[in-house]
Design a protein around this ligand. Structure first.
Ligand code: COA
Length: 261
């Protein structure tokens, strides 16, 4: 991976940990960070040495406290649309990543921070984390996919209430509502849990993993017939070496050795 000015990227045993590194501004997502997130995700897609990613924020206080309000404040109708679209593009890239991405939510996940966490496949949050889409307090709305993904994760009624009131929810309520998958006592445990999940997931056949992600995303894509996507993907799995290996290993009562082919 190349060097970044606003992210820290570390690769350990095929898992890339991408840390938003703007602690003094609670990791608020400015355009430079969005651009680098795109670059980092492109590397996750392309680098055969990387099997999965964790996205987190620097420090104890914030995952990301939103899009950078000083940048938003000067937007107009024309560049407001492209501003939202460019963030949406990067978050869609995360959502559609063929390799699993976990959000390790270490504190405030507000506005764009909540949207970033929701674009990841799985969310692990420390118990002190806070989630919210408070954009109405600023006279605006979520622009990085929040109006769509929040409904998908917690349902229309709860999503509407959160976005209309601007109220935040703590990690335990977020867990109860399905916004997060796991809640941990400490940041350390959050990183360990994220890592454990990814170690388990990446022990499976990589192509099957990417197809699961693709089919699940198809369920929320009005332009796709999810059932057809699933049948096509199932057929694709049938022609892989890993499918032959996985089924043979079961029948021979031994662990499979997946190669990604
Ligand atoms: N954009 C730009 N800067 C931000 C920011 C954001 N979304 N969120 C926090 N910051 C900055 C603050 O301006 C402050 O900078 P300064 O030290 O130069 O004044 C710094 O980060 C620390 O934030 P501060 O507000 O002093 O911390 P706090 O502990 O008192 O409050 C929050 C924490 C998260 C409650 C508060 O920062 C907040 O409400 N942030 C905005 C959340 C939001 O509306 N997000 C959606 C944006 S679309």
């Amino acid at each position: 991976m190349s060097d970044y000015d606003h992210l820290k990227v570390q690769i350990n045993d095929a898992v890339a940990t991408i840390t938003i590194d703007r602690e003094d501004k609670l990791n608020a997502l400015n355009s430079a960070i969005i651009k680098e997130l795109k670059q980092a995700m492109q590397a996750v897609y392309d680098d055969p040495q990387i099997n999965a990613a964790i996205i987190t924020g620097q420090g104890e206080k914030a995952f990301a406290a939103g899009a950078d309000i000083s940048e938003i404040a000067v937007l107009n109708e024309m560049n407001g649309r492209s501003y939202a679209e460019s963030g949406q593009e990067v978050f869609q890239m995360i959502e559609n990543s063929p390799k699993p991405v976990v959000a390790a939510v270490n504190g405030y996940a507000l506005g764009g921070g909540c949207e970033l966490a929701m674009a990841c496949h799985i969310r692990v949050a420390v118990k002190s984390a806070t989630f919210g889409q408070p954009e109405v307090n600023l006279g605006t709305i979520p622009g990085y996919g929040g109006t769509q993904r929040l409904c998908q994760l917690i349902g229309k009624a709860r999503a509407l209430e959160m976005m209309l009131t601007g109220n935040t929810v703590d990690a335990l309520l977020a867990f109860e509502w399905g916004l997060v998958n796991h809640v941990t006592e400490s940041n350390e445990e959050m990183m360990e849990k994220s890592r454990q999940l990814l170690d388990k997931i990446t022990s499976k056949a990589p192509r099957a993993l990417s197809m699961v992600i693709n089919c699940v995303n198809a369920a929320f894509d009005a332009d796709q017939n999810g059932y057809q996507t699933e049948a096509n993907s199932f057929a694709n799995c049938c022609k892989t070496q890993d499918f032959k290996e996985g089924t043979a290993a079961f029948l021979e009562k031994r662990p499979p050795k997946f190669t990604g082919n």
